[in-house]
Ligand binder design. Structure first.
Ligand code: GLN
Length: 447
């Protein structure tokens, strides 16, 4: 995989750092562990022992640069591992590298990275989605089998959809946020990418679980996600799963304006397939859907403005040693360290939280957030799962939306509600739109 990465990543630009030396040392260690287990009939190696994993560059890996795609943290090398990284290392996984991200995970295309633009492996002219676009592209290009991302409003599911792989954002509190650089703390969750559900389930099961260092981490046992998949999904099995008794809800509000027609057709066909497998499909309503976007773009920037206040060049982040006084030092550090989108969010959030506006914007948004959660609670009285399109469009062209924040924000219109409600969400490939026939549904232009 290191060779493949060396061969392909000049074009794809998925990695900010390839940790070749660390990875080879971890792989050698995994070989030793496997050797030790060999011959012991009762020993079952962890399924990720020796398996390479990529990690989004907002997650701390001890001794490796963790930039968050920002100039602000260009020189930050964490002295500790995030909880998810400790769990991966305990399992014997091999950390292959740190992947590109929109700056501080703010974006939907990975174009907001201060370092490089990641290209979609299916069509190098297009974005991989974001903000975890580096992880999604690395998995789609088969440079790594599984990867971690983070999802605040869609950043695991949307790039998974645009890259044709599986991405899951777990329920809030399922995975420890210790060592995940904060964007919007009440929405952030680390999620898993894989080329199939089974791989994503394996990765999620490995990193999930209670952690006393994250006070929002849920003290609940982690189910065996892979066992829960059933025989029909086991590798090599071809028995069709039986969905008898599964109630599938299709929200009326998810089919309106803005949904690309071809995308809608593909998702409809997938829903028909669920019905053909025995599921009972019925329409449900999530009446506050239209408020998800405005509510998210008040709450997320508000929390980001508070979380990013620590990067002042004194306590954390890029410093400005040339500044004549402390105020100028703060100002210059933030001016030079943050990109345009991050500054926009900090301004929006600071405004929404300021005296006189707090009640009208932030507090009101929190109330509507509760209504959005109530929509899901009511729908789940009637159905077991809710199905719709992850993204309103297929992967768009690099440069197409980067100067139009509203268009970019709309990329997450179907995913934001999940984070506001705290529930889990999975993006599952169910077809292609606009992929030329001659590529034979293989990532374009790649060996
Ligand atoms: N695109 C959304 C945003 O820019 C979601 C990002 C995310 O989930 N990290 O905030």
């Amino acid at each position: 995989l290191l060779d493949r990465t060396a061969q392909l990543d000049d074009q794809i630009q998925a990695y900010l750092a390839v940790l070749a030396d660390q990875a080879l040392a971890q792989a050698a260690e995994a070989d030793v562990r496997r050797q030790e287990l060999h011959g012991d009939d009762l020993a079952v190696p962890h399924p990720l022992l020796g398996v390479p994993v990529a990690v989004k560059d907002v997650i701390c890996v001890s001794g490796a640069p963790t930039t968050c795609g920002s100039r602000m943290l260009e020189n930050f090398v964490p002295p500790y591992d995030a909880a998810v990284v400790t769990r991966l290392k305990d399992a014997g996984a091999v950390l292959l590298g740190k992947t590109n991200t929109d700056e501080f995970a703010m974006g939907s295309s990975t174009e907001n990275s201060a370092y490089q633009v990641t290209h979609n492996p299916w069509d190098l002219q297009r974005v991989p989605g974001g903000s975890s676009g580096g992880s999604a592209a690395a998995v789609a290009a088969e440079m790594v089998p599984i990867a971690l991302g983070s999802d605040t409003g869609g950043s695991v599911r949307q790039p998974a959809a645009l890259c044709g792989i599986v991405g899951i954002k777990p329920t809030y509190g399922r995975v420890s946020r210790y060592g995940l650089v904060a964007y919007a703390s009440s929405l952030d969750q680390i999620g898993a990418f894989g080329r199939d559900v089974r791989d994503a389930a394996l990765l999620l099961g490995t990193v999930a679980g209670h952690d006393s260092r994250d006070s929002t981490s849920m003290p609940l046992p982690v189910p065996d996600y892979v066992a829960g998949l059933g025989a029909g999904t086991a590798l090599g099995a071809d028995a069709a799963p039986d969905l008898n008794g599964v109630r599938v809800g299709v929200p009326r509000e998810y089919w309106g304006e803005g949904l690309d027609e071809a995308v809608g057709d593909v998702v409809r066909a997938a829903i028909d397939q669920l019905a053909a497998l025995g599921a009972e499909v019925r329409e449900v309503s999530l009446p506050h859907t239209d408020y998800a976007l405005p509510v998210y773009y008040l709450i997320a920037p508000a929390e980001c403005s508070a979380n990013l206040a620590r990067y002042d060049g004194v306590r954390f982040g890029l410093s400005a040693p040339d500044a004549p006084d402390i105020w100028e030092a703060y100002r210059l550090a933030r001016e030079r360290g943050f990109g345009a989108e991050v500054k926009r969010r900090i301004m929006l959030g600071t405004f929404a939280l300021s005296a006189g506006y707090y009640d009208a914007f932030y507090l009101k948004a929190q109330k509507v957030r509760t209504l959005i959660k109530g929509d899901f609670d009511a729908a789940f009285e009637q159905v077991d799962v809710i199905v719709g399109s992850t993204s309103p469009t297929p992967a768009f062209k690099i440069g197409e939306k980067v100067d139009d924040p509203m268009q970019m924000y709309l990329s997450d219109v179907f995913t934001l509600s999940c984070n506001l409600a705290g529930i889990c969400g999975l993006s599952l490939p169910c077809g292609f739109v606009g992929v030329p026939e001659e590529t034979d549904h293989k990532p374009a232009q790649l060996p």
